[in-house]
Ligand binder design. Structure first.
Ligand code: CA
Length: 234
């Protein structure tokens, strides 16, 4: 095992699933710490300084949401939450509390690996700030020049549309919740106005997507938020 490999902390109370995940992660050369309770997990997070946390939201002792809030007071530790299906509101709340991404059980190993890699990559990029130009497929966005292209064609966006798109660009590959988008684009007093988002997202898709009803770039995460894809899906 390489000592330079990223150190992952896994907080999961189900012993079989914990062992399975641990084995899977170690087979990918990650170093893995595990905790079966929120309390032990918090101690490990503080003492061992892991590079990333994988957190099951349903824990026996501490509420997963509470654990995220407590960690976020003093830590930027990247967090991927694991949640059972049909718990959309839990996922949204976890992201609003400061989690970075989520996976719904059951998920594939490949899915987990790609989320971990994406999150570690984003953290590594942070000191340099957001990239000036973002490109995926035919879509190209120049952030400081505020210009957007689809192939050779320049697309003209309104200021609100551009702000909405740039928040998604800065979080490319990651879900941004409805609340986070409303707060960042319109302001804190608009967090309940989700119809704004539907309208503006519709306009953006109309301008950017070749088939707005089947978007390739601006993806809907049902009940949670939106994700700008980082790599084009075929
Ligand atoms: Ca659990």
């Amino acid at each position: 095992m390489k000592t330079t490999a990223p150190l992952l902390l896994l907080i999961e109370d189900d012993p079989q699933f914990r062992l399975l995940l641990r084995t899977t992660l170690e087979s990918q050369d990650y170093r893995v710490l595990t905790a079966a309770t929120g309390r032990d997990g918090l101690i490990e997070a503080r003492n061992q300084r892991p590079n990333l946390l994988i957190l099951d939201l349903g824990l026996p002792d501490i509420d997963g949401q509470d654990l995220i809030r407590r960690l976020r007071i003093s830590s930027e530790l990247p967090i991927i939450v694991l949640s059972a299906r049909d718990q959309e509101s839990d996922i949204t709340q976890a992201l609003d509390n400061g989690a970075d991404d989520y996976l719904t059980k059951p998920f594939s190993t490949a899915e987990l690996m790609s989320r971990i890699k994406a999150l570690l990559r984003r953290v590594a990029k942070l000191p340099g700030g957001a990239q000036e130009t973002f490109q995926v497929g035919e879509l190209k966005i120049e952030l400081t020049k505020r210009r957007v292209f689809v192939g050779e064609r320049e697309v003209h966006l309104t200021p609100i549309e551009f702000r909405l798109l740039s928040v998604l660009v800065r979080n490319a590959g990651f879900v941004v919740t409805h609340r986070q988008l409303l707060e960042k684009v319109w302001g804190a007093s608009y967090v309940e106005h989700s119809h704004y988002l539907r309208i503006y997202m519709g306009q953006l898709r109309h301008k950017i997507e070749s088939d707005p009803a089947r978007p390739r770039y601006l993806l809907t995460e049902a009940g949670v938020g939106y994700r700008l894809c980082e790599e084009e899906i075929q």
